[in-house]
Write a protein that binds this ligand. Structure first.
Ligand SMILES: C[S@@+](CC[C@H](N)C(=O)[O-])C[C@H]1O[C@@H](n2cnc3c(N)ncnc32)[C@H](O)[C@@H]1O
Length: 364
């Protein structure tokens, strides 16, 4: 898809009131039941645009051609946004929503490769872009964190391992006229680290972060045994590339025991090694036991995706957390600032704001 097609799509959506309709249910919302409930009272062309890009419904080929024009329809098919069965077109599992004034596609399917979720919203709200700085967005997905940062940064680099996510992110950049301000790189972040030469003023990342017992995998969420495997790797590889007074911001899940978020000390030790003073805000808490909502979701999801009984899945998680000696999982946002002149004590332990409450996953 080229810049011209992206600009035509943007102006069709703007003229129709598409973004305003979506925003009626909240910034970045995925309220599909509400979209569906209100869709029937919409006039054309908004009604068909909502059917196609929010409700993932099939739209007759001729109708889509009339609405989008032949060139745009074909370029959306070629770009992997739409698929056609000859008679009708529909999206390839994508929906098009708005968050922080940006318009973007992500996959609203059971196991998405182009992810957007509550964690994306939380980081999108907490991250503080650095005006005129150079930003690095790791694990970029649909590119939302990179685009938020790029509205103020001098230049942003976005790194994403998945080729489908990178391709959709490139479309999202064009839709928001940010393609010249963001360089999208389809590469594992481990490989990209070796080619970095200039320091970054701002590093932001929303990593895979679900704790995974041995032999268990999640399509986009595998955070290793304690949920922090990729986070630790990013900190080791990229803290050396943080500029003086530069900031690093991320979101994640970490394990604790009996009211003690033990993981903060582990992350704090890595910060201290690199002269970074940190602050963590705990925004959600689940108890790792049957009956806890988040715990049950994990158990059910793994049972479903690994073809296990729910009882067997329970047993796997119970053994896993017992072996780690942890009984809590926190969701958190963390920011670190490289401040070489700060007193050594400033680096000893991140300051912590604890807003976590059992049963709340993301407070944002
Ligand atoms: C939780 S999603 C976050 C997406 C986006 N940044 C957001 O906030 O919505 C994590 C992303 O990290 C990507 N990823 C996983 N391992 C990676 C790696 N080693 N290098 C680069 N990207 C990776 C996944 O493909 C996925 O798109």
């Amino acid at each position: 898809m080229d810049a011209r097609s992206a600009s035509v799509l943007r102006s069709i959506l703007e003229r129709s009131g598409y973004c305003t309709f979506h925003l009626a249910f909240g910034d970045g919302n995925v309220q599909h039941q509400k979209w569906r409930h209100f869709a029937d009272r919409l006039d054309e062309p908004l009604h068909t645009l909502v059917e196609l890009f929010l409700l993932q419904r099939a739209v007759d080929n001729n109708r889509a051609g009339e609405l989008l024009g032949k060139v745009l329809s074909e370029s959306l098919i070629e770009a992997g946004v739409l698929q056609s069965d000859g008679a009708a077109v529909r999206t390839t599992g994508l929906v098009l929503i708005s968050f922080r004034s940006l318009l973007f596609f992500f996959e609203l399917v059971l196991t998405p490769r182009v992810y957007f979720g509550m964690d994306s919203i939380a980081l999108g709200l907490y991250q503080r872009p650095v005006p005129s700085g150079t930003t690095l967005d790791l694990c970029s997905g649909a590119g939302i964190q990179a685009m938020i940062a790029a509205q103020q940064a001098r230049h942003t680099f976005a790194i994403e391992i998945d080729d489908r996510a990178s391709a959709i992110a490139r479309i999202n950049l064009m839709l928001n006229q940010l393609d010249k301000r963001v360089t999208m790189i389809n590469m594992p972040l481990e490989e990209y680290a070796a080619s970095v030469t200039e320091p970054f003023d701002h590093i932001v990342f929303n990593p895979p972060q679900l704790p995974a017992p041995e032999g268990i995998d999640y399509p986009v969420g595998n955070g290793g045994a304690d949920g922090l495997a990729l986070t630790n790797r990013v900190l080791r590889l990229y803290l050396p590339h943080l500029a003086e007074n530069g900031s690093i911001e991320f979101i994640g899940r970490g394990l604790g025991r009996d009211g003690n978020p033990i993981f903060i000390d582990e992350l704090g030790a890595l910060f201290a090694e690199h002269g970074v003073a940190g602050h963590a805000q705990l925004i959600g808490l689940s108890e790792l036991r049957p009956g806890d909502r988040t715990y049950e979701v994990l158990v059910q999801m793994v049972a479903g995706t690994h073809n296990l009984s729910v009882e067997r899945s329970h047993e796997i998680f119970e053994n896993h957390f017992r072996a780690l000696d942890k009984n809590e999982m926190y969701t958190f946002f963390m920011r670190g600032v490289k401040s070489p002149r700060a007193d050594a004590d400033d680096h000893s332990r991140p300051t912590v704001t604890n807003l976590a409450e059992v049963g709340k996953e993301w407070l944002a």
